[in-house]
Design a protein. Structure first.
Length: 369
């Protein structure tokens, strides 16, 4: 629609078509001081083809300025600016730092990461209203997948529902309900408290001062002292701490051998090859039935049953077995007792004087040995 009203002012547009302005020295029609914003917009559109709306205060500033400079301005007067297209920003995962924790360890209920949503791209528009499309946003986290063990709050905080280990893989967050350690000698793991299961891929050595509220699995040997495990302990090869610190386990223990170790076990203890020069206090059953399946040179206190192929040493290394209770559902059976083995069974104590066997089992009528 052509403009048939007063020619309030002339207008120029930059080559980039991103700015429309009144050139300095331009004469202004006096009636400009009286028009409203709607008329101002009609003039820009129909006379000059400016389809992008300026801010309302532009007309106020223009009218105020012309009162002091009715014959034109000493410099260009900007009316409206176009907008350049803006690239979007892809979504981000921002890791929240927790002092003293490895980056891949998560604690139940403690947010460890925040998802920052993408910033969408914005198309550009010149003063004539022509649109320049912004580049298409490529967002690698567009389809972010989190496992059931994690939840995302409304503000993007990612909170674990259980303690464990996380691993990022493209748009996936993977969760393990255990913490796998390649090198337990790293400084971050000294004097550490774990709130998940722990898996050691090799050996575990040193004075660790660990407390583990879960299970501990060691693929190799365990020679570390001062470890408290509130779940079960499984050591593939064997345990030998040389009495440097103690081990305490609230669950069951299973290992290939025990040697020169002080350990307290509230659950059951299963040892394959043998128990040598150890100090044991076991609240459950003891089984040592592999080859040779021997208990030698050790001090053993067991509140349940003991089953072993051999106990004591032909070389005269002192061995002491204390079994204050016996239950008919938990028989005691030692296939071979060496001479010199001290037996503390219920209220009786004696030292064996020759090779033999020992078994005990309670029945409905009492006990027999």
């Amino acid at each position: 629609m052509a403009w048939d009203g007063p020619q309030y002012f002339s207008l120029k547009v930059t080559k980039s078509v991103m700015k429309a302005y009144i050139p300095k020295g331009t004469s202004l029609d006096p009636s400009l001081a009286e028009i409203d914003f709607s008329t101002f917009l009609d003039f820009l559109r129909n006379q000059h083809g400016v389809m992008l709306d300026p801010e309302p205060q532009v007309l106020e500033e223009l009218q105020n300025a012309m009162r002091y400079n009715p014959y034109g301005f000493k410099q260009n007067f900007d009316i409206v600016h176009g907008t350049e297209p803006k690239e979007g920003q892809p979504g981000q995962l921002k890791r929240l730092q927790h002092t003293g924790l490895p980056d891949d360890m998560v604690i139940e209920g403690v947010p460890f990461m925040q998802y920052v949503p993408p910033v969408p791209p914005v198309d550009g528009t010149d003063v004539h209203g022509n649109v320049t499309p912004a580049p298409v946003l490529v967002d690698p986290l567009k389809e972010l997948v989190i496992p059931d063990e994690l939840e995302m709050t409304e503000d993007g905080m990612i909170v674990p529902l259980a303690s464990g280990q996380i691993e990022m893989e493209e748009q996936y967050i993977r969760f393990r309900n255990l913490y796998r350690i390649d090198d337990p000698t790293e400084q971050v793991f000294q004097n550490f408290e774990f709130h998940t299961n722990v898996w050691i891929e090799g050996d575990l050595a040193g004075n660790m001062n660990w407390r583990i509220y879960g299970n501990l699995i060691v693929d190799g040997h365990l020679s570390a002292g001062n470890i408290e495990v509130h779940g079960k302990l499984e050591v593939n090869l064997g345990i030998q701490t040389n009495y440097e610190g103690t081990l305490r386990v609230f669950g069951d223990v299973k290992t290939g051998y025990l040697q020169m170790t002080q350990i307290g076990v509230e659950g059951n203890l299963t040892v394959d090859r043998g128990i040598l020069q150890c100090d044991l206090r076991v609240g459950g059953n003891i089984k040592c039935l592999g080859m040779p399946g021997a208990i030698q040179g050790s001090k053993v206190f067991c509140l349940a049953s003991v089953q072993a192929n051999r106990a004591g040493s032909d070389a005269g290394i002192p061995t002491e077995l204390t079994m204050p209770y016996v239950d008919r559902t938990r028989p005691i059976r030692i296939s071979q007792l060496s001479s010199g083995t001290k037996m503390n069974y219920k209220r009786k104590s004696w030292v064996t004087s020759g090779k033999g066997a020992f078994s005990a089992q309670a029945d409905d009528h009492g006990e027999k040995a």
